[in-house]
Design a protein around this ligand. Structure first.
Ligand SMILES: [Zn+2]
Length: 158
């Protein structure tokens, strides 16, 4: 771990503290770096924006993608004050950065009352058996959009 990487992580940890003390959300912060420069940052904004998806990583990914004017974080590094939850992990894989650095572990988060273990468990069980039941409806009708997508000639692949 070099000195610059420590500085970026300290910024993520600082954002976590600032966001928490401002009442914006939980103590989570994230910065996204490309070629040695911060191109996106965020802290947890769940309480401030009434947005359950406004985790630090998601806020930072949106900020970075807006600044890059692109939907991928190619060659970028993500510095997050805590190991990403399943939602943020998914968002990170969709955004495809080169590497992720995290400070605290998900066990540290669970000790502070932020336990996301149940989501990993929910992913493994059948949709209809989940705590929030998931029911397939109108599959045949919806499949038509996939057929159209497959034949669409001018699409941008992502
Ligand atoms: Zn998250």
């Amino acid at each position: 771990m070099d000195q610059t990487q420590r500085l970026f992580m300290r910024e993520a940890i600082h954002l976590a503290k600032e966001g928490m003390l401002s009442g914006n959300g939980g103590p989570f912060g994230c910065v996204i770096v490309k070629e040695g420069k911060i191109i996106g940052k965020g802290s947890n904004m769940v309480l401030k924006t009434n947005d359950p998806t406004a985790h630090a990583e998601v806020v930072a990914i949106r900020d970075a993608c807006k600044n890059l004017n692109h939907f991928q974080l190619e060659g970028c590094e993500v510095y997050t004050s805590c190991e990403p939850c399943p939602m943020c992990l998914g968002a990170i894989f969709w955004a495809r950065p080169a590497k992720v650095f995290y400070a605290c572990t998900k066990e540290d988060a669970a000790n502070a009352g932020f336990d996301d273990d149940f989501i990993y468990h929910e992913i493994e069980i059948k949709p209809e058996q989940r705590k929030i039941p998931m029911v397939s409806l109108l599959r045949e009708e919806s499949l038509k959009n996939f057929e159209t997508w497959k034949k669409k000639g001018d699409k941008t692949l992502y």
